[in-house]
Design a binder for this molecule. Structure first.
Ligand SMILES: NC(=O)c1ccc[n+]([C@@H]2O[C@H](COP(=O)([O-])OP(=O)(O)OC[C@H]3O[C@@H](n4cnc5c(N)ncnc54)[C@H](O)[C@@H]3O)[C@@H](O)[C@H]2O)c1
Length: 496
């Protein structure tokens, strides 16, 4: 299928017998549209000195402008979700700054270091503005966002009170919930249905209703719900037909988060997964995502301890320092901590956290350095701390001639304060992806690995965990989309 926009911003699709013929046609039409627009804009500029029109078209990529409202739909209106939504409103009102957000505060260097071109990310690519965001959510509890944010205890109550009218207006829709998947909590605000397919249909109706009522012309679903119990993919998850059959038959291997993902992707809505659940990390979801041009990404926000791990481990590998052990423990007292106190949910989180070192340190390539490392992760529920998690790391490394050394990291962090800017960036970048010819049909958005503990990749590819490689991947993707030169940091041209 070839898919392109013409010079007037109209979308076209045409069926071809082979993918290469479709691609060739798409490239030709896009280049044609580009040339036509460029000549039109040059004529206009000579006449009026005016700016080029909003749709960005490079040789092979075109990005629709971010026109109108962007609806953000959040299953799980707990600590992370409320800190994000309250934060966006506080920023819109000029009460606070979007610290930690790459889309709002970050820059992209373009061209040579001597060129002095470093626009802000949000000026470089066409992202939705914060004023255009509208919100809805689902939760098993009936609290509106003001009540939920007050209960979460992350943000100062004085700040929340200033945002009360807005936050109170965001009320949870009844959730699709299964206590077997989240054992530590239960709530009254839950949908009833004859089958899981029936529940999926109800969610699809919620999505359509929200779109209509809010006037949003684009949507995003952002999973901020609790961590579900650990499961492995089964035959039911391998294709759309087997998944739909399993939905109709109430297969117990279909978790609630998968029902939200299915409903969103069926409605052509991109889906990001902030928890370590499988959710969209399944062949069926990749199939649906590609079929409906609804990008997906996940999983598990990279916030505190793993952020530090993916900064330190690449440094050890870069200096060829060995690692004999890494013991990580956490205390936290929020609802997430309570949910993770259940062994099934903890196992899901543990899997997500453990993969990081193996992939960064590559023990098969460096057996003398990393072939025998002991890696342990613990999470302890400790109510007095609330959302203010403490993550300790004891790291045993060794250097020249095998001499041992130790590093201790004690990160007194705020879980949701670290997660909220990630949510904002993911919302805006996923929306960019759905407006971009080259990204919307590829399924997994690996360029967003930067934000995840356990980044999704196509089958057969290992995930990239190194934070700085992830950042380079993200920024080079943006440069690529805009037809700018990729930055390799080679730098020899300065010495010619
Ligand atoms: N805060 C962080 O730093 C961080 C980092 C990585 C991942 N995460 C993950 O993000 C998620 C949210 O974290 P949080 O601190 O906001 O947790 P939270 O417990 O405060 O909020 C989760 C909310 O999801 C709701 N929920 C559970 N199942 C649901 C369902 N099926 N449908 C709708 N709502 C449902 C719960 O009622 C709760 O209100 C968790 O899975 C957590 O593991 C958080």
């Amino acid at each position: 299928m070839a898919d392109w926009w013409d010079a007037d911003g109209r979308r076209h699709r045409k069926q071809f017998s082979s993918a290469s013929a479709a691609r060739e046609h798409e490239h030709r039409q896009t280049a044609h549209a580009h040339a036509k627009r460029a000549s039109r804009e040059m004529k206009l500029a000579t006449r009026t000195g005016g700016k080029p029109a909003a749709t960005v078209v490079t040789d092979t990529v075109s990005i629709e402008p971010a026109k109108g409202k962007l609806g953000v739909m959040i299953p799980g209106m707990g600590a992370v979700a409320t800190t994000f939504v309250a934060g966006v409103e506080a920023i819109r009102k000029g009460l606070a700054k979007p610290i930690g957000s790459l889309t709002q505060m970050g820059t992209v260097r373009l061209g040579k270091r001597t060129d002095g071109r470093s626009p802000k990310v949000k000026e470089f690519v066409p992202l939705a503005g914060l004023d255009d965001l509208v919100f809805t959510g689902w939760d098993i509890f009936e609290d509106n966002m003001y009540e939920a944010a007050s209960n979460a205890g992350v943000l100062d109550q004085r700040m929340l009170d200033q945002l009360k009218p807005f936050l109170s207006s965001v009320t949870p829709r009844p959730a699709v919930f299964d206590h077997n998947y989240v054992k530590k909590i239960d709530g009254p605000n839950v949908k009833k249905g004859k089958s899981k397919m029936d529940l999926a249909e109800q969610l699809r109706q919620d999505i359509r209703d929200f779109k209509k009522k809010s006037g949003a012309n684009r949507l995003i679903t952002m999973w901020c719900g609790s961590t579900e119990s650990y499961i492995e993919p089964t035959a039911a998850h391998q294709s759309l037909s087997s998944f739909e059959k399993a939905l109709r038959e109430n297969d117990e291997m279909i978790a609630p988060s998968m029902i939200y993902a299915y409903a969103s992707l069926m409605e052509g809505v991109p889906f990001a997964n902030g928890a370590p659940n499988l959710t969209v990390d399944l062949p069926v979801m990749l199939e649906l995502s590609r079929r409906n041009d609804a990008p997906i990404c996940g999983k598990d926000f990279k916030t505190g301890q793993t952020l530090m791990k993916t900064v330190l481990a690449p440094a050890f590998k870069a200096r060829l320092l060995g690692l004999s052990g890494w013991y990580s423990t956490n205390i936290l007292g929020n609802r997430d901590g309570e949910v993770l106190d259940d062994p099934g949910s903890f196992k899901t989180k543990e899997e997500s956290k453990l993969g990081v070192l193996e992939h960064i340190l590559q023990p098969t390539l460096y057996p003398e350095l990393y072939g025998n490392m002991f890696h342990k992760v613990r999470i302890n529920y400790y109510p007095p701390r609330g959302d203010n998690k403490e993550g300790w790391d004891n790291i045993d490394i060794f250097g020249w001639l095998g001499y041992p050394m130790q590093i201790k990291v004690d990160f007194l962090c705020r879980d949701s304060i670290l997660a909220a800017p990630i949510v904002l960036d993911l919302v805006l970048f996923l929306d960019l992806a759905q407006r971009c010819t080259q990204l919307k049909g590829i399924g997994i958005q690996e360029w967003l690995s930067f934000y995840f503990k356990s980044p999704m990749t196509v089958p057969g590819l290992y995930p990239e965990h190194d934070l700085f490689i992830q950042l380079m991947k993200l920024k080079n993707t943006l440069r690529h989309l805009k037809g700018e030169e990729l930055i390799t940091h080679l730098g020899l041209e300065y010495y010619d």
